[in-house]
Design a protein around this ligand. Structure first.
Ligand SMILES: C[S@@+](CC[C@H](N)C(=O)[O-])C[C@H]1O[C@@H](n2cnc3c(N)ncnc32)[C@H](O)[C@@H]1O
Length: 344
């Protein structure tokens, strides 16, 4: 089998150099899975694919600071540049100083900015290869300097990437790579406004599907509801946990591909600002699965509430899954839809 993703095709030319490769933040590529001993990723989809082939798979939050995981490391440069910088700092904290690292990525994904950024972090670099509109750089881990001029210790450098903002009476904690990092989505605010008055006072069992930084979960938990929050991104799961903690709130937060971690569970309400992108590409897969399987995960009389850009085809999906739905709010850019599972 040959590599499919362009960055993996570039690595394929170097494969004789690797004996026990660990890949960090990679795309899902069957050749790469076969070639590698393990993966560290924030993407639950990728972790599952590696695990399914008997490989080791960890999120960065599963590993204690300094816990070793591999010696031959390739970091796949993400489209979110700040997330790439975070991965590098994390690798410097996690691995002994001087551990070689390779960094690969697509030119259109910003890999050409990497040498300048390595210089800013005081890390040496060299270019190893260039093909398929991708580049491969080598560097090694270094002791990072914090702004104070002191050497960073523990996980101080990677911790500094977490940001907090205040919105809707809540402290929201976010991280590069988490949806809308450091901003609040206008659609989410419309959704919260539109359910404020219809939300029952008695505590509901509520699911926040695609929780991101946890704004919806924290808002519902603050009103006394029992919240389960899920997201496919381990960074979002960690952000949501931190948001709940920052507001003194409780909730269950899980990594899940839509309902994958919630088999057999039912809720009174499912509330979501569902994803319609994977990286920069439009993808309706998860939102369609959310709507079509929501009735199985709702109690009789339970509600699904979703917000969407006006142009998205959710009304058709809702009509098919629930036979009826209402538009609860419409501000021209976003619409909030509600659908009720019949009592029978
Ligand atoms: C539009 S954002 C909403 C984030 C947050 N709830 C808010 O309102 O700001 C959609 C979220 O869905 C997550 N997501 C994407 N695909 C998913 C999937 N297959 N299963 C669960 N969550 C997913 C994304 O990581 C992202 O955090």
């Amino acid at each position: 089998m040959s590599a499919q993703a362009p960055a993996c095709q570039l690595l394929e030319r170097q494969k004789d150099n690797y004996a026990a490769l660990w890949v960090v933040g990679p795309p899902v590529d069957s050749w790469l899975i076969d070639q590698s001993a393990g993966v560290v990723s924030g993407d639950f989809d990728a972790l599952r694919e590696w695990q399914a082939k008997g490989k080791q798979a960890r999120t960065p939050f599963d590993l204690a600071v300094g816990e070793p995981f591999g010696k031959e490391i390739v970091l796949f440069w993400p489209k979110a540049h700040q997330l790439g910088i975070w991965w590098l700092k994390w690798l410097c904290e996690q691995l002994p100083e001087g551990t070689p690292i390779e960094i690969v990525g697509e030119h259109q994904g910003g890999i050409k900015r990497v040498p300048k950024m390595l210089e800013e972090l005081g890390m040496p670099w060299d270019k190893r290869d260039n093909a398929r509109r991708c580049s491969l750089f080598t560097t090694h881990t270094a002791a990072l300097d914090l702004a104070s001029g002191n050497e960073a210790s523990g996980n101080e450098a990677s911790e500094s990437a977490w940001q907090t903002i205040e919105s809707s009476g809540l402290t929201l904690v976010s991280h590069p790579g988490v949806f809308g990092h450091g901003k609040v989505d206008e659609g989410t605010l419309l959704l919260l406004e539109s359910i404020e008055n219809s939300l029952p006072k008695k505590p509901l069992k509520v699911l926040d599907m695609g929780c991101g930084d946890g704004i919806i979960s924290a808002w519902l938990a603050q009103r006394g509801h029992h919240v389960t929050a899920v997201d496919v991104s381990a960074f979002a799961v960690e952000a949501c946990k931190r948001t709940l903690a920052a507001n003194g709130l409780e909730g269950r937060v899980l990594c899940s591909d839509v309902f994958s971690a919630l088999e057999g569970e039912q809720f009174d309400w499912i509330v979501s600002n569902p994803p319609f992108h994977k990286e920069r590409d439009i993808s309706y897969g998860p939102s369609q699965r959310l709507i079509s399987t929501a009735p199985e995960h709702l109690n009789a009389g339970g509600r699904l509430i979703v917000v969407a850009n006006g142009f998205l085809p959710y009304p058709d999906h809702l009509q098919r899954a629930f036979q009826d739905f209402q538009t609860l709010a419409d501000n021209r850019r976003f619409k909030v839809y509600g659908a009720i599972k019949s009592q029978r």
